[in-house]
Design a binder for this molecule. Structure first.
Ligand SMILES: [Mg+2]
Length: 390
């Protein structure tokens, strides 16, 4: 049975939201991100700004040089997160099997919904229409028999695009594309493939599979499959996800480890909150640190019992953070990831707490969650939160 996989990707999400909320910005080059002159980068650029060569993650100063008339707007994360929640709700009305990839992007498995929504083209139009009606901003949609092709398709006619790739159309679509367009092919793999004389996806598709496996091991098999338009990966809902993480990139590198500890506390609370929202716990928590020179280290700590309690996550990651303090190196990114997830009912949460203490901790979590749910996250904390970008 061929699947119907949909990839929805909002167009210039943050910039589009700012243009929606500030009509005077419509039709103008808008850049959401750090101010030029600061160490900030471009988080999102409107299509008018992209015409000047402005791209995401580019230093704001360079963006301003490319497009002097650009209007800069600060990042308003709570507003975009709210729009993201609305977006995901709209998408859930088309299929319960939805895998959010980022704040403005998701996969849907819409197999078997034809009777409800019609053939793929109609489904795609309906999704775009409902998103536009609800959020007043546009989405690009790709529909294909698998994730790889759907994601590729959504990118082909941006902005406001809709591309449907049928079962037999993959070879024609892929043939001339550079190998860089393949999922998982970064600079290093690209170089190694080029040394074998492979520059396009078509060339990779026709390359002998066994030789690819000799060179790349199991990854060779995967590359060959993708190049031939084969991708069996299922759409995984957040509950089935194997990890959950959150991170923050600082406007200015931070060498003050007490401040970093405060940020770590906040990130731990965020991860705990997201776990509890999904009724999940995790056994392993990982601290990710990227230094000013882009060198990145990860330190993991596993617990005997799975947890979704913020202070516990914080305590387990404090020691690895303290270990990095000696180096006095300035940090540009801090992240916390939770892995080895399990459902809340699957395992009792005891760990460092006695039963009584655990009950108390849980009661506090429940109150905090109830308040956050009513007034939005960040309204209340345990008296030790610091917004990294405030
Ligand atoms: Mg997008």
């Amino acid at each position: 049975m061929p699947r119907t996989i949909v990839h929805v990707d909002m167009d210039a999400f943050y910039a589009a939201i700012e243009q929606r909320d500030h009509p005077e910005l419509r039709g103008k080059p808008v850049i959401v991100g750090g101010r030029p002159g600061s160490r900030g980068v471009v988080s999102s650029a409107s299509y008018e700004a992209r015409a000047f060569g402005v791209r995401s993650a580019m230093p704001s100063t360079e963006a301003q040089r490319l497009c002097p008339e650009a209007i800069f707007a600060p990042v308003d994360m709570p507003k975009y997160a709210e729009a993201s929640r609305t977006l995901m709700k709209v998408l859930e009305s088309f299929s319960p099997t939805i895998e959010p990839l980022s704040i403005d992007e998701a996969f849907l498995d819409a197999s078997g919904t034809e009777r409800l929504f019609g053939p793929p083209e109609e489904l795609g139009r309906a999704i775009k229409c409902r998103v536009l009606e609800t959020l007043q901003i546009t989405a690009s949609v790709g529909i294909a028999p698998n994730k790889f092709l759907a994601k590729l398709a959504s990118d082909l006619r941006k902005p406001d695009g809709l591309v449907v790739v049928g079962e037999g159309e993959a070879p024609a679509l892929l043939d001339d594309l550079p190998i860089r367009k393949l999922f998982g092919v970064g600079e290093a793999t690209e170089e190694r493939l080029q040394r074998l004389g492979i520059a396009t996806i078509g060339q990779l598709a026709r390359y002998p599979r066994d030789i690819l496996i000799q060179h790349f091991g199991q990854a060779g098999e995967h590359l060959s499959d993708l190049a031939n338009g084969i991708d069996e990966r299922p759409v995984e809902t957040e509950r089935e996800a194997r990890s959950l993480s959150t991170e923050v990139t600082f406007d200015e590198d931070i060498a003050d480890y007490e401040r970093l500890e405060a940020v770590l506390f906040d990130l731990s609370e965020q991860v705990a909150w997201r776990l509890r929202k999904q009724r999940l716990r995790a056994r392993t928590f990982t601290l990710r640190v990227r230094f000013a020179d882009f060198d990145t280290v990860s330190r993991s700590r596993s617990q005997k019992r799975a947890s979704n309690h913020g202070p516990l996550i914080f305590r387990s990651l404090c020691e690895p953070l303290a270990g990095l303090r000696e180096s006095r190196r300035a940090v540009r990114l801090l992240g916390v990831a939770a892995t080895q997830l399990c459902g809340e009912g699957d395992e009792a949460q005891l760990s460092l707490f006695g039963d009584d203490e655990l009950e108390k901790a849980r009661a506090v979590d429940e109150v905090l969650d109830a308040i956050s749910a009513r007034f939005g996250r960040g309204t209340i904390g345990r008296g030790r939160t610091l917004r990294p970008d405030s």
